[in-house]
Design a protein around this ligand. Structure first.
Ligand code: BGP
Length: 475
């Protein structure tokens, strides 16, 4: 046992298209649902929208030079569907294809493995207008055309494909991660119906990735759920929560069918997706190859009190003041989520739990026996630029360092981990808090109110991560 990672371990970081690129309405790109959601919603809360973001579209060469300086050997990014097909389907926008071709070439020229995500929340707006987006099963055919095109276009340069980002988070926060037409927003069964459509899309993407000789991995926001006490009913509630929040998704990707207890619970409560003959066969024929874990925190649950009869899904902390969570997911007779009093939290009430990551690796490797890749892991914080132009983010260094050590401990016990790509390579638009909440190793000098020139500034974590990579992870 050494204290270093394998030489071919993929070190890098992650971003997503609408959160980093900007150029939302130029160069032939069509609007995505995130351009619309962010414009409407973030105006209400005073956060930035996606129109400029971190201007990566124009500054990608400068960004890749910074990645190279840190020693990256991988970079996870996403391909904006509406930059390739502005109308969601039909005519291809050659300028958009060229952007990703140039990005991939620049990465490869710098020795960085491109790891694209096919779908990261940003459905073309035209498809929302046409048939309600993911609400309609029609979307699966249009996704197939997009996925087939992109995989075929970039197959010679891409080995690892991330298929769909965070289906479980989409179910939890469905009106924020998807544009749901207002008349459907009280129909909670549709959360699981859109997820079913995504499962079909995911399986079809796997098919094309495999035909192209690549490897497919869905990225799930994965938080293990602990029981609040050692009472048997709380332990059972934690199992229920893990089934409905986690393995409900993973069993489809890696076993080709829905988790039985979770699906039965949804059926009993009128929330289960409507399926067609052959759907689960499609899943089973197109299993995923690796699991792209987005790990930020762990969760906690207890038995749901008998007087609670209404379902509810996770709340949010939008203010960035500790303790301002707007609600905890509740499923009558199954479980209720709650804070974990044992753990430190971020300003947005996200529990900090590196041991939880070790637990996830061990638990899921036993269950599915597939390799892992960390495709998100990070600390959102109020970073401050000092008058000397520095960002002293020791809290981020501590967070990332503890999770890298947890990864090493799991690998020492035989778990296969291919790479570590924390969130985020550079500062970008937080899905929930604009530029107030930052995750990057590189500071982007802009505020929610004023995009300025988006100048790049190396944070302390940048220099630290560079040393981590140079020493093969001996941090
Ligand atoms: C994940 C998403 C990312 C990212 C991250 C942080 O769920 O895949 O897109 O934004 O969470 O979340 P937030 O930006 O809301 O702080």
């Amino acid at each position: 046992m050494t204290n270093t990672f394998p030489k071919d371990f993929l070190w890098g970081a992650a971003t997503s298209a609408y959160q980093v690129e900007g150029a939302a309405e130029i160069a032939g790109k069509g609007l995505s649902q995130q351009d619309v959601i962010n414009r409407e919603r973030n105006q209400q809360f005073g956060f930035a929208d996606a129109s400029v973001a971190s201007d990566h579209y124009h500054m990608y060469k400068e960004d890749i030079a910074l990645f190279k300086e840190m020693g990256f050997t991988s970079y996870r990014f996403s391909i904006a569907w509406s930059r390739i097909f502005p109308e969601g389907t039909g005519k291809v926008n050659e300028e958009g294809v060229q952007f990703y071709r140039d990005l991939i070439n620049e990465l490869k020229a710098n020795g960085i493995e491109p790891i694209p995500t096919l779908y990261h929340y940003d459905l073309p707006w035209a498809l929302v207008e046409k048939y309600g987006g993911w609400l309609s099963r029609e979307v699966v055919q249009d996704f197939e055309v997009f996925a087939k095109y992109v995989v075929n276009e970039f197959k010679d340069d891409v080995k690892y494909w991330i298929t769909i980002n965070e289906q479980s988070i989409i179910v939890q926060y469905w009106t924020q991660k998807c544009y749901i037409l207002p008349e459907y927003r009280d129909q909670n069964q549709l959360r699981y119906q859109i997820n079913h459509h995504m499962n079909l899309a995911q399986a079809i993407a796997c098919k094309y990735i495999h035909e192209a000789g690549g490897l497919a991995g869905p990225a799930l926001g994965y938080a293990p759920v602990y029981a609040r006490t050692c009472k048997p009913e709380d332990q059972l509630a934690a199992l229920n929560a893990n089934d409905l929040r986690n393995t409900y998704y993973l069993d489809v990707y890696f076993r080709g069918h829905y988790n039985v207890a979770a699906l039965t619970y949804l059926q009993q409560h009128g929330l289960a997706p409507v399926m067609e003959a052959g759907d689960e066969e499609l899943f089973a024929e197109n299993l995923s190859d690796f699991f792209a874990i987005n790990y930020y925190d762990s969760q906690c649950a207890h038995a749901c009190p008998a007087e609670i009869t209404e379902h509810s899904w996770s709340g949010y902390n939008l203010t960035g003041k500790k303790g301002d969570m707007s609600g905890f997911e509740t499923h009558p007779g199954f479980y209720q989520m709650c804070p974990n009093p044992e753990l430190r939290t971020t300003d947005w009430d996200w529990a900090i739990d590196p041991i939880g990551l070790e637990y996830v690796y061990r638990d899921l490797y036993t269950r599915y026996r597939v390799p892992f890749m960390i495709t998100e892991n990070g600390l959102g914080s109020y970073d401050e630029l000092t008058p000397e132009g520095r960002v002293h983010d020791s809290y981020r260094i501590d967070y990332l360092s503890e999770h890298i050590q947890a990864t090493k401990r799991a690998m020492d016990l035989g778990v296969e981990v291919l790479g570590y790509m924390p969130w985020s390579a550079i500062d970008l638009l937080s899905t929930s808090n604009g530029y107030k909440k930052r995750y990057g190793l590189v500071y982007v000098d802009r505020t929610d109110e004023d995009p300025k020139a988006c100048q790049r500034i190396r944070k302390d974590s940048f220099y630290w991560y560079k040393e981590v990579i140079a020493s093969d992870g001996a941090n």
